[in-house]
Design a protein around this ligand. Structure first.
Ligand code: BTN
Length: 250
């Protein structure tokens, strides 16, 4: 099925813009991309910084028959769609960090290549709409690196030729369409094994940062069938939902 793609020269945030359009009834499959975001939003109330031409920033509206309660694992499935899109473009070293960051191991350190922010509309039971926001770094300006609190890298660093953002957007959208339709049919269970294959920290030692500021060491056991992270800690096997913890390689 077709996406309705709208390209804006500049917007505060494609997610904020599309949330507003969605409330006004804009069609399923609407995609808004922006050359420049002036107030990009990240997860956990953080901001997403980017520079003109330095990243691909877009949001997609996907309407679901089910309520928000049925959408657990959605953000993982979006990550899987993107990692497959990047692999299809020859960037085969890209991996996933739970719940949905795109990472690459570069010069011995994990670097973030992009992130996903999903915002939901509708209640837990009735039909719902997801605004799926995606930011992919192409080129990181050195001024930006100084403002970001973790190692980041642009996709161009992994590619012999500069990546064409039109091709990248088209490849991401086609993978998203496949994955989101399948997710609406069968949920995350269908993707559990595939997701695990791309998981950067699968069966690795990690440190978990809890919301209260505590750090807990553990070993990743895998992802559960609804998308939560399973970790072996000193207190035994524990299960975490997205938003409860943040994961660092140990
Ligand atoms: C994260 O890693 O914290 C998520 C970053 C998501 C950024 C994208 S850029 C397009 C869309 N619009 C936004 O304001 N945020 C998302």
């Amino acid at each position: 099925s077709w996406f309705h793609v709208q390209l804006l020269a500049q917007v505060d945030s494609t997610n904020r813009y599309l949330m507003q359009e969605s409330a006004r009834g804009v069609a399923h499959g609407t995609c808004v991309a922006a050359h420049l975001q002036t107030a990009g939003r990240g997860r956990r109330g953080r901001s997403w910084l980017s520079q003109l031409g330095g990243s691909l920033t877009f949001s997609v509206l996907w309407r679901f028959q089910c309520g928000a309660a049925g959408l657990s694992g959605l953000s993982l499935v979006v990550g899987l769609a993107l990692v497959r899109a990047l692999h299809a473009m020859g960037l085969t070293t890209v991996q996933l960090k739970w719940p949905n960051d795109l990472l690459v191991l570069h010069q011995g350190h994990w670097h973030k290549l992009g992130g996903i922010l999903i915002e939901l509309q509708g209640d837990m039971e009735g039909p719902s709409a997801a605004v799926i926001g995606i930011g992919l770094n192409l080129e990181i300006a050195s001024e930006l690196t100084a403002q970001i609190d973790q190692p980041v890298l642009g996709l161009n660093a992994l590619s012999a030729q500069p990546i064409n953002p039109n091709v990248l957007l088209g490849t991401c959208l086609s993978q998203l369409a496949l994955h989101l339709s399948q997710f609406a049919e069968s949920g995350f269970t269908h993707f559990q094994a595939a997701w695990t294959r791309y998981h950067a920290f699968h069966q690795q030692p990690v440190n978990l940062l809890l919301a209260n500021g505590q750090t807990v060491p553990g070993q990743v056991l895998g992802v559960a069938e609804e998308g939560s992270l399973l970790v072996e800690t000193a207190h035994g096997q524990q299960r975490f939902n997205a938003g409860e913890i943040s994961v660092r390689s140990a």
